[in-house]
Write a protein that binds this ligand. Structure first.
Ligand code: NDP
Length: 454
């Protein structure tokens, strides 16, 4: 498939899915990587695997009405994209954020198909969410919303059908409310959601998994150049689930985390965010639901900078570092940011967020030979431990913290190895983007071929 063929394929995708720019972006990246695969394996082209893989198996969109604390009726939109079940039940998170639309959920669901293919576990790809904004809502409002959301979603999911988890705006609190409503409606106590509380079917290490996995992946990349986290200065974006546990693991491996952010701005603490300071952030974010700028009230030697959406770059990525760990949201690193990182000596970027780098930024990383781990590979630890939570639920067993962490570490190492080997086999050594896209595709595509045209 030539560049012209990629363009022609994308023209079809865009015509069929207008306005879904994040989805176009995610598909374009994968299709570009797959050119040499389709050339080597004409059978995929004949079976129209690519045409089938970009089309979700099912999209469900529904009304979510609820009543706020003032007694006003509110209406949100809920959705679940069941993208691909060739290798297992649909699996992927739910995102509650005002920006959520079908294009964003489809990009996330599409990425999830390949990511889940990389994990070595039998899980298909899906994603869902709502334009509901949990920020500033009371616990009771969040509960009423979650119950209404699940009052429709429950009929589409199940432990062997579709198993959602958390994502932006969906953490332990929301999973709890949704699980309660699912159980009430179905009378089934089953592993239908992951990220559950430890007393009722959750897995140890699930909250930590995405952030830990992101750092394990970065560590594997650093090792290819004989380096480690020891003594490295690390810039982290976000201050939610992924950012918190990525920071925890960096600290444990001897690195120094100097930034965290939220959608309002970022803090820089040149002395390093140590375990005690991180505990403060976790309490601030997870319990008090405060803003990151409050960090500087507690630790005045740190600086706070308001984010400027109108600027042509994100100043966070101009902070000098050795390693960058984006863990907030899509397209948070543009080409200017990537150039600033490289110029300031950053040698490694490992993505905790999904698609945090624009295509132009990715090109900067690849051309500058920066160790660049795309989200599909680097953040697969979250869904991998979700897969392990499903296994434990099916067996009615609970593994120890060490056991799960060891399995997570092993999975991240095998994803890294698969990326390296596949990139090499297809003529682009060191290119983790091609490695991840091709390795994930091959597993799913071969399963689709075996199962016929369905
Ligand atoms: P959380 O909701 O816990 O935290 C999200 C963080 O990112 C918050 O600090 C939030 O700030 C910030 N953020 C969100 N949207 C924006 C935005 N538009 N601009 C700037 N900052 C923003 O989510 P997670 O930590 O779970 O998710 C972070 C990323 O990791 C997402 O891309 C998600 O898809 C990805 N991911 C998560 C997994 C998981 O297991 N949780 C698994 C794999 C990937 P604020 O509070 O101001 O909104």
């Amino acid at each position: 498939m030539s560049n012209a063929a990629v363009d022609a394929f994308m023209a079809g995708v865009k015509a069929k899915n207008p306005e879904q720019k994040e989805f176009h972006q995610a598909v374009h990246e994968v299709v570009e990587s797959l050119m040499p695969v389709l050339d080597k394996h004409p059978e995929y082209r004949k079976a129209k695997v690519l045409e089938r893989i970009v089309e979700p198996e099912r999209v469900i969109i529904f009304r979510v009405p609820w009543v706020d604390d003032a007694g006003e009726v509110q209406v949100n939109r809920g959705m679940r994209v069941e993208f691909n079940s060739a290798i297992g039940p649909y699996k992927g998170g739910l995102r509650f954020h005002p920006s959520v639309n079908l294009g964003i959920i489809k990009f996330l669901g599409f990425e999830q198909v390949f990511k889940n293919g990389l994990t070595t576990l039998p899980i298909g790809g899906g994603k869902g969410g709502s334009d509901f904004d949990p920020k500033g809502k009371s616990d009771l409002e969040v509960m009423r919303f979650c119950q209404s959301f699940m009052s429709e979603l429950f009929r589409h999911i199940g432990a062997d059908v579709d198993v959602p988890a958390g994502d932006i705006g969906v953490g332990g609190r929301e999973i709890g409310f949704m699980f309660g409503q699912y159980k009430k409606l179905t009378r089934k106590f089953e592993g239908v959601l992951t990220g559950k509380g430890l007393q009722w079917g959750g897995s140890l290490i699930r909250p930590e998994a995405t952030g830990y996995g992101q750092v394990y992946f970065a560590d594997e990349m650093l090792k290819t150049r004989g380096e480690s986290f020891k003594g490295k200065t690390v810039v982290v974006s976000g201050s939610g689930n992924v950012a918190q546990y990525a920071s925890e693991k960096v600290i444990a491996l001897g690195g120094k985390v100097i930034t965290l952010s939220d959608s309002s701005g970022y803090i820089v603490d040149e002395e390093g965010i140590d375990a005690k300071k991180l505990a403060f952030v976790m309490d601030l974010k997870n319990n008090k639901r405060g803003r990151i700028k409050e960090y500087v009230n507690k630790y005045p030697s740190a600086g706070y900078h308001t984010s400027d959406a109108s600027a042509d770059h994100n100043a966070l990525w101009s902070v000098k570092c050795d390693v960058a760990l984006p863990a907030a949201t899509q397209n948070e690193i543009n080409a200017n940011d990537a150039n600033n990182l490289v110029k300031n000596g950053c040698v490694c970027v490992s993505e905790g967020a999904n698609m945090p780098s624009t295509p132009e930024a990715v090109n900067v990383f690849i051309e500058s030979k920066t160790l660049y781990g795309p989200g599909k590979a680097a953040n697969a630890g979250g869904v991998a431990v979700s897969g392990l939570e499903m296994s434990q639920n099916s067996m009615r067993l609970a593994w120890s913290r060490e056991e799960v962490d060891q399995k997570l570490h092993g999975i991240m190492q095998s994803i890294h190895k698969a990326c390296i080997e596949t990139a090499e086999a297809y003529g682009t050594p060191g290119n983790y983007v091609n490695g991840a896209n091709i390795a994930g595709f091959l597993k799913v595509a071969d399963s689709m071929m075996a199962q016929g045209v369905v």
